[in-house]
Design a protein around this ligand. Structure first.
Ligand SMILES: [Zn+2]
Length: 506
């Protein structure tokens, strides 16, 4: 059973699945594990006929913690400690939080993940956290005891479970609470100002370890996936659970701790360091369903090593194998293959409505116009009369990937017909024997491969050196796509002409 189905299999009552990501920087491929793990639970519930609500809480009232490497120091130093929703965007109009939120929401649209987006600033502004905040402010000694016991960490003597936003300097990290009478929290600020925050408005926030259980309480959250730093012993899930049960009198949501996504060769993706691939970028360089597949295929307890280069191509191959399994064209290798595919795909992909991505990578390097490309696709079994919107996007993505992430071994461009190439005697002999028989060879990948292989054997050549002859002539490199397959995608007459031209100059 797929991990998402297994997680929800005993649930029958209505569920609220919640996720949360801070828009403190680029929302990246690593963050997608949060939202997609939640999404797959939501999907699995709905597929079982269980009612489900799916939420993404954008932590936009969180303060800017420091000037991150991708920010201008002279501009952002003054904003450290202020809510992300009240400081300016790194470029253009609008707020910092919306600047990073917007491309993420667009990406969710691209990968067809429908989620109720809730901004934490709005929750405070609309008073949704007022009741939870009042409970918290009336239970400070007990909460302090719980936090200190469960986390094993001592809190400052003046610690309070609420951080007022200073109405004078706008900071949330420089105020100290001095008193509470509903609905006002009194504070003093390091800037010299003292004032009152109304807990029914966005004039302050709960610290993370209280805000999380307060969210469960205020929104009725029953399922929540989170990263392993929150799941550690004594971490924020443990303290949140104790506070949920003892202070709010509710059950903590069913937890699911997921492992991290690493960027191959570069380690953990983290928005604060800038070592990330923004999710909005990945869907430009990879078929969008692959972002879903990346998360769906791996159990949350295992980390993912993401490689946007050759690894991505292998990942798409795997996705296409799962697709074949789903359509009964290939034997399943694992019991969840078909279900994993079903959770990942965006459109119904009948077998003659696509060509494989790897194949497309070769075709877009040979054919420059859509018309030629469509012709080549049709010869490979594509059954539509024109490029579907889905295939149009695949073509765009294939070209973008070649430009940005493809390793050299995958890239090539055909030499213009009249380009001269100097060949060894051995190259000439091989090319000539092939050219003499070219009209008799059946123009299919296998027949071409066998024919070339036969000539190589006849002339006692190393296979690698033999194949290199053709790559030198056609693309000016020693290596290229599998030769039989490659030639079969070229027009036979053009290959013949190209051989003649090169041979006549040698
Ligand atoms: Zn202040």
């Amino acid at each position: 059973m797929h991990w998402a189905d297994a997680f929800v299999k005993d649930l029958t009552e209505k569920q609220t699945v919640s996720t949360g990501i801070s828009p403190s920087g680029h929302i990246h491929v690593g963050n997608m594990r949060e939202i997609l793990t939640g999404y797959f639970f939501h999907r699995a519930l709905k597929d079982r006929g269980v009612e489900s609500r799916f939420i993404y809480l954008c932590d936009d009232i969180d303060p800017l913690r420091k000037v991150y490497p991708f920010l201008k120091k002279e501009e952002y130093e003054q904003h450290v400690g202020k809510p992300l929703s009240s400081i300016p965007a790194p470029e253009g109009e609008g707020t910092y939080s919306e600047y990073f939120l917007r491309p993420f929401l667009e990406t969710l649209g691209t990968i067809e993940v429908k989620v109720e987006v809730i901004r934490s600033t709005d929750l405070y502004r609309d008073g949704v956290f007022a009741k939870a905040t009042d409970i918290v402010m009336n239970n400070v000694p007990r909460i302090r005891e719980i936090l200190e016991t469960v986390s094993g960490r001592k809190l400052e003597p003046n610690w309070a479970p609420y951080n007022p936003i200073c109405s004078s300097c706008g900071r949330i990290n420089s105020t100290s609470v001095t008193g509470y009478t509903f609905p006002y929290v009194d504070y003093t600020c390091k800037c010299g100002h003292s004032g009152k925050s109304d807990i029914r408005k966005n004039e302050g926030k709960l610290p993370w370890r209280l805000e999380w259980p307060a969210k469960w309480f205020a929104l009725g959250v029953t399922i929540e996936p989170f990263g392993k730093d929150h799941g550690a012993a004594g971490g924020s899930y443990d303290t949140g659970k104790a506070i949920a049960e003892e202070i709010f009198g509710i059950k903590a949501p069913l937890p699911l701790t997921y492992e991290r996504i690493l960027l191959k060769g570069k380690g953990v993706m983290h928005s604060s360091t800038g070592n990330v691939i923004p999710a909005s970028e990945m869907v430009q360089y990879a078929p969008p369903e692959i972002l879903r597949f990346l998360i769906a295929r791996t159990h949350p307890s295992r980390h993912i090593d993401f490689d946007p280069g050759l690894g991505l191509l292998n990942l798409v191959d795997e996705y296409e194998r799962y697709r074949n399994v789903f359509y009964g064209l290939e034997e399943a290798a694992g019991e969840d293959d078909a279900r994993t595919y079903e959770l990942s795909r965006l459109v119904e992909e009948k077998p003659d409505t696509f060509v494989s991505f790897r194949h497309l990578i070769t075709l877009v390097q040979i054919y420059t116009t859509d018309e030629q490309l469509l012709g080549a696709m049709k010869r490979s079994g594509y059954g539509e009369s024109k490029l579907s919107p889905y295939m149009k996007n695949q073509v765009k993505v294939a070209k973008a990937w070649l430009e940005k992430y493809a390793p050299d071994q995958v890239k090539f461009s055909l030499l213009p017909q009249d380009t001269k190439v100097s060949l060894s005697e051995q190259d000439v002999a091989l090319a000539r024997s092939f050219q003499e028989k070219i009209g008799e060879i059946e123009w299919t990948p296998e027949a071409i491969h066998n024919a070339v292989h036969g000539f190589i054997k006849e002339q006692n050549l190393e296979p690698k050196a033999g194949f290199a002859t053709f790559y030198k002539i056609l693309i000016g490199k020693e290596r290229g796509p599998r030769l039989g397959y490659f030639l079969s995608n070229l027009d036979r007459v053009n290959v013949q002409r190209r051989l003649e031209i090169v041979l006549s100059g040698n």
